[in-house]
Design a protein around this ligand. Structure first.
Ligand SMILES: Cc1cc2nc3c(=O)[nH]c(=O)nc-3n(C[C@H](O)[C@H](O)[C@H](O)COP(=O)(O)OP(=O)(O)OC[C@H]3O[C@@H](n4cnc5c(N)ncnc54)[C@H](O)[C@@H]3O)c2cc1C
Length: 364
């Protein structure tokens, strides 16, 4: 290694706030020694870079409970190294702050309560995130890639004049992220040179952080004045005893092959036996068989359960984009050439109207 290169390395290290770096080495050392010195310096640099990261995770919740994808975002934030703080903004969210303070890996919980945070509107939350960023100078800001995160973080990024990185599936280094493109058919590695990295996290790509064992400190942050350009009126949520689609361990999904909304009863009966959530292809949603919050795929929800059972679904790439990371895939289709069989671990070439009731009966 030349003296010049060593200087460069030292300079890069000192950029990360090391005041004094002492090297005890002879510059005319053997190539073996030089190699070791270079790799030691590089790993020192990596660990220093990681140590000086600080990440803000914007928590998604309903004032009562944390939305599970926030736990996946916390795991992703932990991979950056450095401290992880969570921002909880709501109207009466003390319970959520308490829940978050026990989550492993969270160092600080920042709490902001104001009526204008009702419904988590991005117009109201953005000034709060910006003010929090100004106060704490985070190197990264993230949230789950849910409707909440996808709504909020691009706005935050625009206001910070940085490029948002959406739906990441892996973190290579604190500035390099992996995400899928072309409906999951290609993987893109993105290096971000912005001073603050703003990104959303695909929940199915990171384990959920443990909900106990943590002991984060809580701190109240000043609320920004209400913007008032939008108002949250109400939301009507589908009530269901079944598990939520994106976090269910088993998902049974139906496609156009079901032929009607009434026939989805066959899938509900099977799902009840398996404690499964029920999903659908876009064709089934577009045909009005089921509501669109059940859609799995590129323009629907991304799921990665232990078991995914696709019934009467052909396996278009846009559908596969939402479920191909499932641990075990079972397909039931009467067409042996259906593309779904190419990704299925178990395929049953059969008429669904015969096979599904038989499966349900066998589980009784
Ligand atoms: C931009 C874009 C985004 C999209 N996003 C999504 C998305 O998010 N999710 C999504 O799913 N699609 C999406 N699509 C649509 C996608 O391309 C397909 O059209 C759709 O997935 C097809 O749904 P399907 O498999 O239910 O229907 P079909 O392709 O019509 O397949 C029906 C299947 O049922 C089988 N079948 C019929 N009767 C029976 C029976 N009695 N027993 C057993 N099998 C039977 C048939 O053999 C067939 O394979 C998108 C398309 C575009 C262009």
């Amino acid at each position: 290694m030349s003296l010049h290169n060593l200087h460069n390395l030292c300079y890069r290290i000192t950029q990360y706030k090391i005041c004094e770096v002492k090297f005890c080495c002879r510059f005319k050392a053997s190539p073996y020694f030089e190699h070791n010195l270079t790799s030691d310096l590089c790993s020192l640099q990596t660990s220093l870079i990681q140590r000086f990261q600080s990440t803000l995770v914007v928590a998604e919740h309903n004032n009562e409970k944390l939305t599970p994808i926030t736990l996946n975002a916390i795991t992703a934030a932990g991979k950056l190294g450095g401290e992880v703080s969570c921002l909880v903004a709501g109207t009466d969210c003390a319970k959520v702050a308490e829940e978050l303070s026990k989550v492993q890996g969270v160092k600080k919980v920042l709490v902001a309560q104001h009526d204008c945070y009702k419904g988590g509107l991005p117009e109201e939350l953005t000034p709060l995130v910006l003010a929090t960023q100004k106060q704490f100078n985070f190197t990264h800001i993230c949230a789950g890639a849910s409707a909440f995160g996808k709504n909020l973080l691009p706005r935050v990024a625009a206001k910070l004049d940085v490029a948002p990185i959406s739906d990441i599936i892996e973190i290579k280094t604190p500035d390099t992220f992996v995400r899928t493109i072309y409906a999951g058919n290609a993987v893109s590695t993105v290096k971000c040179n912005d001073p603050v990295k703003v990104f959303t996290v695909r929940g199915t790509s990171f384990e959920a952080a443990a909900t106990d064992g943590g002991s984060a400190a809580s701190e109240t942050v000043a609320t920004a004045p209400a913007v008032g350009v939008s108002e949250w009126l109400e939301q009507n949520l589908t009530k269901s005893d079944r598990p939520e689609l994106t976090s269910a361990k088993v998902v049974v999904s139906g496609g156009r092959g079901l032929k009607s909304g009434e026939n989805f009863k066959l899938l509900y009966d099977l799902a009840d036996k398996l404690n499964a959530a029920v999903g659908a292809s876009r064709a089934a949603v577009d045909a009005g068989y089921v509501p669109n919050d059940m859609q799995v795929g590129q323009t629907g929800k991304i799921v990665a359960p232990e078991l995914y059972i696709a019934v009467g679904i052909s396996g278009a790439i846009q559908h596969l984009a939402g479920m191909k990371d499932s641990k075990t895939i079972v397909a039931i289709n009467k067409d042996p050439e259906a593309p779904i069989f190419q990704v299925a671990d178990y395929g049953l070439v059969a008429d669904l109207f015969k096979a599904v009731p038989e499966m349900t009966e066998a589980l009784k």
